[in-house]
Design a protein around this ligand. Structure first.
Ligand code: ATP
Ligand code: MG
Length: 412
């Protein structure tokens, strides 16, 4: 017998309840994002490797260890997208939209990272995300966050999460902060992981985001950026918080939030939960004013976030219920044509409806119960001769003869 094939490590099938949870998360996000004025874009799942290697930062975990990069048969280096923002910015430039701002983009789809699989961490996972490209005002940062919050509320999981915000300042603030961090981490070199020693020269901010236990102990006492902000950067951050208050979005400040990718400045934020163990970040984002330019476009301010669909789906109390169908049960061949007419009319009005493929009345009633039908339409020859059918409500057990012309409307 051939060996049974398994899905690749770190991937999973979405079947049954899992797919329903997933669809509910994406549909809800799409609906709320549309109300906030975001239009959906779909970009390719693989891109020229440089779309990511140029922009995510050469010391980011994603670029150093997590990308699925391969030469295609034509010899081009391609990468399965590890995140959505770089592709959206590439698409903005490719489609000549850099002068048509603002662009408010929603996306949803699979992302790929070579990580150690665990609960809430996969090699193929799915993200929803928003990008607001064009505005440099703090209102834009707050609006993007408020939309994320509204999505979490609509999903009923907002209460399980806390919004943590921080600022990464402007270039000048970051340069000053960087010096302070290099000073501090150099004093504690002996306690740092190999990875963080490498980050010390190239991007010490990244050490703040390390998941290594020893690193985290050193990070706990590291200087914070607050003391290094320029007046403009501090004012920008204060304004973002004022707008968050006006939107009514609760938050707490966390000076350790730096985000994993290099393109962020000013606002950085995460919605975190205690319910998913180490995989506690469900949504993260910030301002990335330099990215469009790195993609070959003009300097263009932008702010956005991405959220993990699997992590959000795990937070849902229960999967959204499957709509209970109506079962149509003809008794005898003469009734089958009428049954098919009713079946199709039910479906045409959007009512989920099923017909048993075979069996006597008892078998077909058993099947109606098994598929969780809310009602059964029973069509017998005698009833048909009188222009009626029996409609049985399976929840109450009540049954009544209903004129054929009224059945479809009754079961809306
Ligand atoms: P983490 O710190 O958990 O590795 P990250 O900073 O790498 O997250 P982002 O790049 O900001 O994550 O991606 C946004 C969101 O996508 C995360 O908050 C998370 O919900 C989700 N996500 C990221 N990587 C994975 C993964 N490997 N599997 C499942 N979800 C993921
Ligand atoms: Mg990660």
């Amino acid at each position: 017998m051939p060996t049974q094939l398994q899905p690749p490590r770190g991937t999973h099938d979405l079947v049954g309840d899992e797919q329903r949870r997933h669809t509910h998360v994406v549909d809800t996000a799409r609906r709320i994002a549309a109300a906030y004025g975001f239009d959906e874009w779909t970009t390719p799942i693989f891109e020229d490797t440089r779309v990511f290697s140029r922009t995510l930062g050469e010391t980011s975990d994603v670029v150093t260890k997590e990308m699925y990069t391969f030469p295609d048969r034509g010899g081009d280096s391609l990468t399965l997208r590890p995140e959505g923002t770089a592709g959206v910015c590439r698409a903005l430039v490719s489609n000549g939209l850099t002068q048509s701002l603002p662009q408010k983009v929603f996306y949803a789809g699979p992302m790929f990272r070579f990580e150690r699989p665990q609960k809430g961490r996969y090699r193929q996972f799915h993200q929803i995300g928003l990008e607001l490209i064009g505005p440099s005002e703090p209102l834009a940062d707050a609006e993007v966050i408020a939309c994320g919050w509204a999505i979490l509320q609509a999903l009923g999981v907002a209460g399980e999460t806390v919004l943590e915000v921080n600022t990464l300042g402007d270039r000048e603030s970051r340069a000053a902060y960087r010096d302070a961090l290099v000073g501090y981490f150099t004093q504690h070199q002996a306690a740092l992981s190999q990875d963080s020693l490498a980050r010390l020269d190239r991007n010490p901010l990244r050490i703040l985001d390390s998941k290594d236990e020893a690193d985290r102990r050193v990070v706990a006492n590291a200087p914070v950026i607050a003391g290094h902000l320029t007046a403009e950067a501090a004012a920008f951050y204060a304004s973002v918080r004022t707008w968050l208050d006006r939107f009514g979005v609760p938050y707490r400040e966390n000076p350790r939030i730096v985000r994993g990718l290099d393109y962020y400045g000013h606002t950085a934020f995460e919605f975190v939960t205690g319910k998913l163990g180490a995989q506690g970040t469900v949504m993260g984002g910030g301002r990335y004013d330099g990215l469009v330019e790195e993609m070959g476009g003009p300097p263009t301010p932008a702010v956005g976030w991405a959220a993990g669909v699997e992590r959000l789906a795990m937070l849902l109390d229960r999967p959204p219920p499957m709509p209970a169908p109506v079962a149509v049960v003809p008794i005898g061949e003469a009734a089958e044509a009428t049954a098919l007419g009713i079946l199709q009319a039910l479906r045409a009005q959007g009512t989920r409806a099923e017909i048993a493929y075979r069996g006597n009345l008892r078998r077909r009633m058993e099947r109606a119960n098994r598929i969780g039908a809310r009602a059964v339409v029973i069509l017998g020859d005698d009833d048909l001769a009188q222009g009626v059918a029996q409609v049985k409500n399976l929840a109450t057990g009540e049954q009544e003869a209903v004129p054929l012309g009224d059945i479809v409307g009754r079961l809306r």
